[in-house]
Design a protein. Structure first.
Length: 613
């Protein structure tokens, strides 16, 4: 505020120093016009160009001044009397008139109105000077220091430090759940930050870089902050994209500034989120290796290598694409310690739910254990969203506590999307009911499928209906029988449409896509087909354009044809299996479809009651 007030003072002073003299010059010029006018009026009247020409013929004119802008003609007589009249337009451009005056030895002066020129200068200065000064004020307001170029290249990293006056809550291990193994692995880092001397006296060196790898939402950033919170040290957080600018060299300068701040605040933790934004393999682009991103990466490598052994600065980073990172980043001495954060199991999900629900009043019928069991595959971000959605739903229903039904509705919204207000006609409703009934009945009839928990024909998201299965336990391995039965369940909806006899629709597009992906993975990645134990293609890895572009496929055209035939064989066999089940149980299929048309949503007990009878 002090700097802003000082700058405003200088703005006002500059306007005064420039504006006041200009104002007085303009005013003086206007006053001179008034004096001239008075002199003219004091003399005998000369009102027209005729009076001037008569005086010219009498030889009474000594000097002439023509103002081009105002078309004013002034002349001075031999008696030093000044006269002024309104001259005809264009008189100053009349060469015959001008030459005639000069031949008579009369001094001729052609001018523009002085007051107009000074007015223009005055307003230009009044407008431009404040703009320039306010631009400087805005640049200074961003931070201290006269050298503003340093501000552009300085790090944008946020610093979190434990401070009694800070409103930012401190994150510790009590705020992190679902990743017990990862927490155990980082405890050594915490011990080093707390008591580095016990490691240094033994000659041990703590890893300079710790890379957290995991799916989005698993809590990588939260774990990194918890490490700094447990060690009670400053935490510098920056995104990988925060280093990169359009100007080459800015990213490298920001890296240098970040690590300079870290060394001054040692011991501390430096965290780089989304490391793959700047850490991708060098030489993988099409524009050469001298771009901004690669220079930034080079600077990070240099800074990590440049840590002195007595500097307790730990660099942590997070990514969900470790396959595209430059090998120089993950070599020993840099990010050589990789900690994988997997999706939480049922116990981990329950612990995460407890953290997010600690400030939410829960009804007696709400069991976090049951919710954890019903949310396989959910990560920490999903569970936080689930708890928040349940609280919002309970609030909209004017409840005092969050009930089990609120969590059920929140789960449906998270998994299947928001219920749409679409109104289907009776034919569409019947087709969707048979489609979902087909999925449900095939799943209930095969031995290796997950139990069906709910089926609905209420439009949600982009789908007109949904069948939700709930695994009895978390799966790490998927058997071939399970995958084949899963394909049959996916195709059960299309088979039910075929048996209805009203024609097939595009409602099975997503089912066909998922079934094809499973069959292709069985053939090309998992060795579950007649083509043997070979990997065809790049497996389940995402394509990295700079690395994979232009690479030829690693199998022949004949093999590609065999792959297509094998995938089609699996799909056809599972389609036939689903058709056999639904044909044999056509009566049950009709009951399920009719009940769905009536109630629109069936839970597990209602489904079991229909299928068992």
């Amino acid at each position: 505020m002090k700097s802003i007030g000082k700058t405003l003072f200088y703005v006002a002073l500059m306007i005064a120093l420039i504006g006041v003299p200009v104002y007085y010059v303009v005013s003086w010029d206007k006053d001179m016009d008034e004096v001239t006018k008075s002199m003219r009026q004091a003399a005998q009247s000369h009102d027209s160009i005729t009076d001037f020409l008569d005086a010219l013929d009498r030889g009474e004119v000594e000097a002439v001044e023509i103002e081009t802008g105002s078309n004013k003609l002034k002349w001075v007589t031999t008696n030093s009397i000044v006269y002024q009249i309104n001259a005809p337009p264009g008189l100053a451009d009349n060469l015959d008139f001008i030459n005639n005056l000069r031949e008579k030895k009369i001094e001729v002066k052609i001018t523009s109105p002085a007051s107009s020129s000074w007015s223009y200068i005055f307003w230009i200065l009044i407008i431009i000077v404040p703009i320039i000064l306010f631009m400087r004020l805005a640049s200074r307001a961003g931070g201290a220091g006269p050298n503003q170029i340093n501000k552009f290249t300085s790090s944008r990293a946020r610093k979190f430090a434990k401070d009694k006056d800070s409103k930012e809550p401190s994150i510790t291990f009590k705020d992190v759940a679902g990743c017990d193994q990862a927490k155990e692995e980082v405890k050594e880092v915490i011990d080093f930050l707390k008591s580095p001397e016990k490691f240094q006296k033994l000659g041990a060196k703590i890893p300079k870089g710790v890379l957290l790898v995991g799916s989005p939402g698993t809590g990588k950033t939260l774990l990194a902050r918890a490490v700094a919170g447990e060690a009670d040290v400053p935490f510098f957080s920056e995104s990988g994209s925060g280093f990169v600018e359009v100007f080459v060299g800015v990213g490298a300068a920001r890296v240098r500034d970040l690590f300079l701040q870290a060394k001054k605040n040692a011991p501390c933790v430096v965290f780089i989120d989304e490391l793959d934004a700047i850490g991708r393999q060098r030489g993988a682009g099409f524009g050469g290796g001298n771009d901004e991103r690669e220079q930034t990466l080079n600077q990070i490598l240099i800074e990590i290598d440049g840590f002195e052994s007595d500097k307790t600065v730990i660099v942590m980073a997070a990514t969900n694409r470790p396959d595209v990172l430059d090998p120089a980043l993950v070599r020993p001495g840099r990010f050589d310690r990789q900690i994988v954060i997997n999706k939480p199991d049922i116990k981990g999900r329950e612990e995460i739910l407890k953290i997010h629900a600690k400030n939410i009043p829960l009804a007696d019928d709400t069991s976090l254990t049951d919710i954890a069991r019903a949310t396989p595959g959910f990560v920490g971000a999903d569970l936080a969203n689930l708890v928040n959605e349940a609280a919002l739903i309970a609030g909209r229903r004017n409840k005092q506590k969050v009930e089990r039904s609120d969590f059920e509705d929140a789960k449906d919204r998270v998994i299947m999307g928001l219920a749409q207000g679409k109104i289907m006609n009776q034919r569409e409703k019947r087709i969707v009911a048979y489609h979902e009934a087909g999925h449900t009945l095939v799943a209930k009839s095969l031995p290796n499928t997950d139990p069906v928990n709910k089926v609905t024909i209420i439009p949600r998201g982009l789908s007109l209906g949904a069948t939700h299965s709930l695994p009895e336990e978390d799966r790490r391995l998927y058997f071939k029988d399970y995958l084949l039965d899963e394909i049959s369940v996916l195709l059960g909806g299309r088979v039910a449409e075929e048996l209805l006899g009203e024609g097939v629709t595009n409602g099975a597009s997503n089912d066909i896509e998922r079934a094809t992906q499973l069959a292709k993975a069985m053939v090309c990645q998992w060795g579950m087909s007649n083509l043997g134990l070979l990997l065809y293609g790049n497996g389940n890895k995402e394509v990295f354009l700079g690395r994979d572009f232009g690479h030829v496929k690693d199998y022949s055209d004949e093999t590609a044809k065999l792959i297509d035939m094998e995938v089609k064989r699996i799909i056809d066999e599972r389609h036939a299996a689903a058709k056999e089940i639904l044909t044999a149980r056509r009566t049950t299929l009709n009951k399920l479809a009719n009940k769905l048309q009536e109630k629109e949503t069936l839970d597990k007990e209602e489904i079991d009651d229909i299928v068992s009878n």
